[in-house]
Unconditional design. Structure first.
Length: 108
């Protein structure tokens, strides 16, 4: 494209005939396209061992199933966290909503 633009500009500056300018532009475009295709990197097949290693690394590891004791312990821990953290925060949020509603009713 750059070569075509250069030929067009030179054609205008030197007042060359249309045929000479068109031929120079087309030839520079053909040369540019040829070089583009010729210099494009060629795809090489990756090493099969490397591909296997990549696939193995991307596979998700499945967690082992929990034993009944571990499941019970995790459940008790979750209930304790809900009791200690989530329940007070939820109660505080509900109290805040009730206060806002009460303030709106007093305002009316």
């Amino acid at each position: 494209m750059i070569g075509g633009c250069v030929v067009l500009v030179l054609g205008l500056i030197l007042e060359l005939r249309l045929f000479v300018v068109a031929t120079g532009g087309l030839s520079s475009m053909v040369l540019a396209f040829y070089l583009f295709v010729r210099l494009w990197p060629q795809d090489e097949e990756p090493d099969s061992k490397l591909a296997e290693l990549v696939e193995e690394a991307l596979e998700e590891t499945k967690p082992e199933p929990l034993s009944p004791e571990e499941y019970r312990r995790q459940r008790e821990l979750a209930q304790k966290l809900i009791r200690e953290k989530a329940a007070p925060a939820l109660a505080k949020a509900i109290r805040g909503i009730l206060r806002q509603d009460e303030m709106k009713r007093r305002g009316k």
